[in-house]
Unconditional design. Sequence first.
Length: 140
Amino acid sequence: MLRKRLSSRGYRVTLQRELIYDVLKRNRGKPLCPEDIYEQARESYPELGLTTVYRTMELFCELGLAQHVHLHEEAQYYEILLGKHHHHLVCNSCGTVRVLEACLIDDLKELVRDDSDFLVTSHCMSLFGYCPDCLAGGKA
């Protein structure tokens, strides 16, 4: 998928891009900040620069290979786009991020369109609370 998407849009397939994409694939369902991607990719390619990771992630988002994930932190997070759209559950206590497969926003998009003639083209949602482990351990 990576090679086809890059080539069809006139971009070169580079070792750096392949390594970054592999890191995203290995961490499917786990949003990563650029520094995390950088550290994991450098295990295979020590010459990789952090700037390359940032630029590559922006390119991947532009090409629909990855998406920004908003976790209410200053750092940017990204994850690979493979398969079904999903959202995230973020534990306020331990910081665990879990995938929420259900998307209730699709119905809301239709209501927004009908009510305001505004066309929603994308969305993201993270829900914040406490995971079962933290609730059981009294950390909530």
